[in-house]
Write a protein that binds this ligand. Structure first.
Ligand SMILES: Cc1cc2nc3c(=O)[nH]c(=O)nc-3n(C[C@H](O)[C@H](O)[C@H](O)COP(=O)(O)OP(=O)(O)OC[C@H]3O[C@@H](n4cnc5c(N)ncnc54)[C@H](O)[C@@H]3O)c2cc1C
Length: 438
């Protein structure tokens, strides 16, 4: 497919979080010209990340005409910026999901999202997506005795459902990580990692090849209706469609109130070294898994394909706090891996994770013919891909009740305008508890 150079930095982003390793090492992207003029489609999709592009690909494969409208370029949002960890399952453990939603839909949610990582690796294989995909398992690391008990619970619950998860004691985990700082953990063999922006670019290419239209620089500014037809307007064009899918997650604007109040956007940031000398690179995460730990303010880390070390964690809303968090991530990296001390740090970037109060994603009924999918709580590589597929099935006519995830009316978070203050206070409290090892 034709190649367009991706800029080294995230375009139209605040400099403190714009220097993304993934942008600097991106493959050429397909041409996604702005929408000009008026077009008709079966389904119009707002947002060109994993959710929107997976929806477009699956809708096109089901024979629908699909148009994606992305305000910037495909992968500009969280999908092009994240840690690239492909972690299966919901944030909430399976027993709890089934207890809350019951044995029918609860079990279907667990099963469907449990298969989401496999879905990602299958798509990559089927469409020949070049994104350094490594289905080598996903590690969760416990930093104290209480979280280690949690790990046992997770392993037990998933093993009872036939998933390939294994408990790792302190020594086994230390061998996999190349550091002995954690008490133990698990490896979930369904998961792995990838280059997230290149996965997004590959999804866009696959969607276009399947017949979808993908437009960049096409922010939807008005969503209206004429009879049963939805009309989405950008500054230079319009799409008329029978069905609309809103896939804007942590970047949701005021287009379709009250969707923005469904989630709290929380900033997560990462820092990365230059490529390390081979002997140093080989000493860190030799199996190339990408772990995350069980701290309340979790750390996630990995190596990339060229031997750079990457560390991620919670960022701040303001530039000063964000810079301080990035520096803290560099410090904690050297504590974990003292061999990193002599080497410089090249990239630092971040983006918005969309958090929901109960940590479940949402499939939201926004009115006749309109649905939104969002709120992956930092686990969207697999979940958003899977949610996009469900949304495409709905757009193709599958009834809500047959989807493997419950569709709900909007649930705006009360006092949403004050949530940033709430997040800042919670971060302080969590930092203290994590620091005390609680
Ligand atoms: C720093 C960071 C690290 C993360 N690490 C991981 C990880 O390791 N593993 C994991 O599974 N998940 C991770 N996540 C979460 C994951 O990236 C997201 O859950 C996922 O990318 C969500 O995809 P999406 O398509 O729903 O949203 P996004 O990728 O955010 O896409 C939304 C798009 O909507 C567009 N948009 C918004 N409004 C409009 C409009 N009016 N018109 C047109 N377009 C519009 C935006 O420009 C944006 O591109 C991380 C997130 C961040 C920020």
């Amino acid at each position: 497919m034709s190649g367009r150079e991706v800029p080294d930095m995230i375009a139209n982003e605040r400099p403190v979080i714009a220097d993304s390793l993934w942008s600097a090492t991106a493959n050429a992207a397909p041409d996604c010209p702005p929408l000009v003029g008026e077009v008709k489609a079966d389904v119009a999709i707002v947002g060109g990340g994993f959710t929107g592009l997976s929806a477009a690909l699956h809708a096109a494969e089901a024979g629908l005409s699909a148009v994606v409208l992305e305000a910037e370029s495909p992968g500009w949002g969280a999908s092009g910026r994240n840690g690239g960890q492909v972690d299966p399952g919901l944030y909430v453990d399976p027993d709890e999901v089934e207890a809350r939603f019951g044995p029918d839909i609860g079990a279907r949610m667990v099963d469907y999202m449990g298969r989401s990582a496999r879905m990602v690796f299958d798509l990559i294989e089927r469409h020949g997506i070049q994104c350094d995909a490594r289905p080598v398992g996903w590690i969760r690391a416990a930093h104290n005795a209480a979280t280690l008990r949690d790990i046992h619970g997770k392993v037990d619950q998933w093993q009872r459902r036939g998933a390939d998860l294994r408990f790792l004691d302190r020594d086994a985990l230390a061998r996999m990580l190349g550091t002995g700082v954690y008490a133990g953990g698990l490896i979930d063999m369904r998961g792995g990692n990838l280059h997230p922006l290149n996965y997004t670019i590959g999804l866009a290419e696959a969607a276009i090849r399947a017949g979808a239209a993908v437009h960049g620089q096409s922010r939807v500014v008005i969503a209206g209706q004429e009879g049963a037809t939805h009309v989405l307007r950008t500054s230079r064009g319009a799409v008329r469609a029978g069905r609309v899918l809103l896939c804007t997650n942590g970047y949701t604007d005021g287009l379709a109130p009250p969707l923005a109040q469904e989630v709290v956007p929380v900033r997560s940031v990462q820092v990365a070294t230059d490529p390390l000398p081979p002997e140093v690179a080989a000493s860190i995460l030799p199996g190339r898994q990408a772990p995350s730990d069980l701290r309340r303010l979790l750390l996630y880390f990995r190596m990339d394909a060229a031997g750079r070390f990457i560390m991620g964690g919670r960022g701040g809303y303001g530039d000063r706090v964000t810079r301080a968090r990035m520096e803290a991530l560099r410090r904690v990296s050297v504590k974990m891996y003292p061999q990193l001390a002599p080497f410089g740090w090249r990239h630092a970037w971040g983006g918005f994770v969309a958090v929901t109060p109960d940590h479940y994603p949402r499939l939201v009924r926004m009115g006749p013919g309109m649905m939104a999918g969002l709120g992956y709580n930092g686990r969207g590589v697999a979940q958003a891909t899977a949610m996009g597929k469900l949304m495409a099935e709905w757009a193709a006519g599958r009834p809500e009740a047959e989807l493997d995830f419950p569709v709900t009316d909007p649930q705006p978070i009360p006092f949403h305008g004050l949530r940033r203050l709430g997040v800042a206070a919670t971060v302080l409290k969590y930092r203290m508890l994590d620091g005390l090892g609680l």
